[in-house]
Design a protein around this ligand. Structure first.
Ligand code: CA
Length: 247
């Protein structure tokens, strides 16, 4: 479980955000001023990510950022900034913040940025196993620039669609169940209706398959989905049965 330190003095935002992040499966600790926030950032071990408000009492968020960076250059930090505070964002990025969101922000956007940073961090941990360019057939996906191109055409995906495609391509030729997709892409033990997967597969097909002649995303009825290079009709007649993962 990833541990997130939230340094935010606005009690309502801190409370709501903590709940939402916990709902997503993160362990969240909150501090409400720059001084105790910095202390927690530096003295408690093993934070996976810090969410840092810029306008804080005691020590400003930018000062907290500067002091964390002096001792920890790689810890992922996302700034929470006011919409009109362009100079804060610029100084924040200059001082080594990884990303920012402007208030008021949509939680889904923040969650996508958190997932992205945590993933980059895990990629850094295992650079050899996790290339940043994924390919299947004539489609390529750049995890760093977050761009998707098929037959030379750039495809615009939402963050969730992007994660879904990434997951399928990383497991190409393997059938993924709805539950596996939910827990990886939505990032928590989903208790509701797994039909959300079907909905997003439909969105993804509209963008990734429909405009092109060959179809990559396949439905395995009663099991889930997989992505693979479409076999020619002759191959299909030969009974090219996809390997199923044990459930
Ligand atoms: Ca504030």
């Amino acid at each position: 479980m990833s541990r997130i330190l939230l340094i935010e003095d606005e009690e309502r935002i801190a409370r709501v955000l903590k709940l939402e992040l916990e709902h997503e499966g993160y362990e969240v600790h909150t501090k409400s001023d720059g001084r105790t926030g910095l202390d927690a950032a530096l003295t408690e071990p093993e934070w996976d990510l810090i969410l840092l408000d810029v306008m804080l009492p005691e020590l400003s968020g930018l000062e907290v950022l500067r002091r964390i960076r002096q001792v920890n250059p790689t810890l992922p930090i996302i700034l929470l900034t006011a919409r009109d505070a362009v100079s804060d964002r610029v100084s924040g990025l200059d001082q080594g913040a990884n990303d920012y969101v402007t208030k008021p922000f949509a939680t889904v956007e923040l969650l996508a940025r958190i997932r992205s940073l945590l993933r980059q961090r895990s990629l850094q941990d295992q650079p050899a196993e996790q290339p940043h360019l994924l390919k299947i057939d004539d489609l390529s996906m750049d995890l760093k620039s977050r761009s998707v191109v098929r037959e030379g055409t750039t495809i615009e995906l939402t963050p969730t669609e992007f994660e879904l495609l990434r997951f399928l391509i990383q497991h190409q030729d393997e059938v993924m169940t709805r539950e596996q997709i939910i827990s990886e892409v939505w990032g928590y033990d989903f208790v509701g209706d797994t039909n959300v997967v079907d909905v997003y597969i439909r969105y993804l097909r509209q963008k990734v398959d429909k405009p092109f002649s060959s179809k990559l995303i396949q439905t395995i009825r009663g099991v889930g989905y997989l992505i693979k290079v479409e076999s020619s009709p002759e191959d299909a007649a030969g009974g090219d049965v996809p390997k199923e993962k044990p459930l």
